[in-house]
Design a binder for this molecule. Structure first.
Ligand code: NAD
Length: 487
């Protein structure tokens, strides 16, 4: 079995214990992972705390930090095949997606490499003649970064990139499901030349490793991506250190199609929105909200495409859909499907696990129009599309916003004025019009409501890893006047 190590204070080491990582395509263990316990977390945070003020890191100019990030971007691009292969083995995500995603990962590091020396403070035109006042943007401190199992390389790049550009140091906790790619990334971070302790990468289970990290007194900021239930633990943990918290949580994103849309394009985008990555994407367009007069034609075309999806080994370049990451995830989907069908939802295709090994689940479409079905309300994190039907724009908006989440939305229409009305009225952090699942390092990303708060990507994300310091300088030679009056 392959063996991975954790990375603390510039050294690779075994954890206090190990656990087996399961290959979701076979259901069998393929690698041994280090399991960080509280003492490992404490050592990693202490290393990050020392590195934060050590001259090897704190003494670098912003341009020099940017150069280190640029080197990391090059190394990620150079080692893309290996990283993609490990991510595919460890999480079941198909190789064509993991390979393509690594390109964005390198792009994100490159974007923040360029941004490092453009994080500027300000000079304030204060109304006191003898005073010069500046705002300095200083790094926030030691960051706890926590990611879920899907897209760990991508979800950590959107945290490490801006945090390192801003001058922070980091303890990154990989998910206990499929941590291999991040432990491999640690090797590239080391080779890029970041001083010891600037980035520490470990993995372990939520209650021990995650809870200790997020409650640790030396943590200044927590950047968390995961589910809302875990987020509640994280927020409670942060009552200990009063760290700033950003939350990137899940969604139940509406995918709205009006009758005037380019239907072939909308069908393809819907396939991408719900069946790519086997639906294990926070932005999955998992609620199709379709105008009644085109419903039958649209669903017929979608069903045809869903049934033609090539399911197989995630390591095969031809495979379009692989397994789910965990057996638990599949059991959760099966339970929700049974309850929803019991409540009157109509199965259009899929819904039955295939024979054989691995955690596979087929592309599934469920008509939930006019029934109350949990499949249309709860995030399933799998290849299950719920269909809802509308007759008017007003009803489409109501259905789209009838969720406590607000991460993403898709609108398909060729009518310009309607597209503008919809993008204003939909409650979501990202609205895609006539496209879906597009990302860029330049564009901030994040949610409303139960989908979290804070933004990743873009300049805003780097600013979130800074704190403002106001500096007052008295330029007058005159003695300080009346000490009992505020100046
Ligand atoms: P999860 O919430 O179970 O776990 C996420 C991380 O939190 C893991 O590393 C886990 O070990 C850690 N954790 C668990 N308990 C903890 C605790 N008490 N304290 C601190 N950390 C703890 O999520 P998951 O099942 O791995 O991933 C799926 C979820 O992630 C979905 O809800 C999905 O929508 C969401 N997600 C959101 C985004 C986004 O950008 N908005 C992206 C991807 C995934």
């Amino acid at each position: 079995m392959r063996r991975f190590q954790q990375y603390i204070d510039g050294r690779f080491e075994d954890g206090m214990a190990t656990f087996e990582s399961i290959d979701p395509a076979t259901g069998r263990a393929w690698a041994l992972m280090p399991e960080a316990r509280e003492a490992d977390v404490d050592r990693a945070v202490a290393a990050a705390e020392r590195a934060f003020t050590a001259p090897a890191w704190a003494g670098l100019t912003a341009t020099q930090r940017g150069r280190l990030l640029a080197r990391l971007a090059d190394l990620v691009a150079e080692h893309a095949p290996k990283l993609a292969e490990i991510e595919t083995r460890d999480t079941g995500k198909v190789i064509r997606e993991t390979s393509a995603q690594i390109t964005y990962v390198a792009d994100y590091y490159r974007y923040y490499a360029g941004l490092a020396d453009k994080i500027e403070g300000a000079h304030l035109p204060i109304d006191k003649p003898d005073m010069e006042v500046w705002l300095r943007r200083e790094p926030a401190g030691v960051i706890a970064a926590i990611v879920p199992w899907n897209s760990q390389l991508f979800l950590s790049a959107v945290k490490l990139g801006p945090a390192l550009a801003a001058g922070c140091t980091i303890v990154l906790k990989a998910s206990e499901e499929g941590p291999g790619p991040l432990l491999e990334l640690a090797r590239l971070i080391d080779r890029a030349g970041f001083p010891p302790g600037v980035v520490n990468v470990l993995t372990g289970f939520g209650p021990a490793c995650g809870a200790r990290l997020t409650a640790h007194p030396a943590i200044a900021r927590i950047a968390f991506t995961g589910g809302p239930e875990t987020a509640r633990h994280v927020v409670r943990n942060s009552a200990e250190n009063l760290a700033a918290v950003s939350l990137e949580l899940g969604g139940k994103s509406p995918f709205i199609v009006f009758a005037d849309a380019d239907l072939e394009s909308a069908v393809n985008a819907q396939v991408a929105g719900i069946f790519a990555a086997s639906g294990q994407s926070c932005v999955a367009g998992s609620r199709l909200i379709i105008e009644r007069k085109i419903k039958d034609a649209f669903i017929a075309r979608l069903k045809e495409k869903a049934e033609a999806i090539k399911i197989g080994s995630p390591l095969d370049q031809a495979t379009e859909m692989g397994p789910l990451c965990t057996a638990r995830q599949r059991a959760h989907i099966e339970g929700t499907m049974a309850a929803s069908i019991g409540a009157g939802a109509r199965l259009i295709t899929g819904g039955k696990r295939p024979e054989g090994e691995g955690f596979y689940y087929p592309p599934t479409i469920l008509d939930c129009s006019d029934v109350t079905a949990s499949a249309a309300e709860r995030e399933l994190f799998g290849p299950v599309l719920s269909v809802l039907t509308f007759d008017s724009e007003e009803e489409a908006v109501r259905l789209a916003n009838a969720t406590p989440y607000g991460l993403a939305a898709g609108v398909f229409t060729r009518e310009l004025a309607r597209a503008h009305r919809m993008m204003r009225r939909i409650r979501a952090g990202v609205v895609w019009v006539n496209t879906y699942r597009a990302v860029s390092p330049i564009a901030p990303f994040g949610g409303f409501g139960l989908s979290g708060h804070g933004r990743e990507g873009g300049i805003e994300a780097a600013l979130e890893y800074t704190q403002l310091k106001t500096v007052w300088l008295n330029t007058s030679e005159a003695p300080i006047p009346d000490p009992f009056v505020m100046r």
